[in-house]
Design a protein around this ligand. Structure first.
Ligand code: PGA
Length: 256
């Protein structure tokens, strides 16, 4: 099949994730060699799990250190206490941060415990911290069935920045198993905006399984459309789509 060169299709999620982890490692090493920190935008959900597993393995093999890495997570549910088992703080600790040498002061995850009035200032400070760190060198992304990136649900604008957002019903439905019932799934989240993500120097959007095949086809091959926020990324100068055979199964032949 003839597809754009920034679409990479792998036999399975493990092979794809090994390659992504290797790429992240090489960015860290390259920056380290010139005395620069690396600023990573990180994602939660099922999709990046094997990338984190591989990064932990590479750390244990002493192939990479995270001492000079600064991270910004895409989002956190709201309201959400950090010690709640479904918080993204708990997720990141369990799958990555508890197993590597990252300095906790370099870790940033939106605060799900704020009182509502304090959220706008927090969000502005989150944006400022990304800029002060030098911008995101690399953004790791999944994609929701709604086409969301972070929790930028349909109708999010390209200009959107970190803010409080409402979760789409499909997104909440997809979280039912994690929260043991729809009533327990938060209705809101604090999420980086589309623009926050778009400003990353490099982006890899990962999607695995048949469940993602429809939205991947729309996000990559249909017109840029606010109903599919991931489609904004088609215009990004340095994006790679990392797919498995199943998520790529509905892509159509293209000439360029
Ligand atoms: P998933 O979620 O990785 O659990 O499929 C992706 C997303 O919602 O961005």
């Amino acid at each position: 099949m003839n597809l754009k060169s920034n679409i990479k299709i792998y036999e399975n999620a493990l092979q794809a994730s090994i390659e992504v982890a290797q790429h992240i490692t090489s960015i860290i090493q390259k920056n380290e060699s010139v005395g620069k920190p690396t600023v990573l935008g990180l994602a939660t959900g099922n999709t990046p799990l094997l990338v984190y597993q591989e990064l932990v393995r590479l750390y244990h093999e002493k192939q990479v250190s995270f001492q000079k890495v600064i991270t910004f997570n895409l989002d956190e549910y709201y309201p959400m206490a950090p010690h709640h088992p479904q918080s993204y703080v708990a997720f990141m600790k369990k799958h990555l941060f508890d197993h590597i040498d990252i300095d906790w002061k370099n870790v940033h995850i939106p605060n799900g415990e704020l009182i509502t009035d304090d959220i706008p200032l927090f969000c502005k400070a989150y944006e400022d911290k990304i800029v002060a760190a030098g911008g995101l060198d690399f953004q790791l992304l999944g994609i929701g069935r709604t086409g969301h990136i972070g929790f930028n649900e349909p109708e999010s604008s390209l200009e959107s920045l970190t803010r409080l957002v409402d979760l789409n019903p499909i997104t909440r439905e997809d979280a039912i198993a994690d929260f043991n019932g729809l009533n327990n799934v938060p209705k809101q989240a604090i999420s980086m905006g589309v623009q926050t993500i778009y400003k990353a120097k490099e982006i890899m959007l990962l999607a695995f399984s048949e469940k993602k095949s429809d939205i991947i086809q729309k996000a990559i091959q249909e017109e840029v459309n606010p109903q599919v926020p991931a489609s904004y990324l088609q215009k990004h100068p340095n994006i790679t789509y990392i797919l498995d055979n199943e998520s790529a199964s509905k892509l159509k032949k293209q000439l360029s």
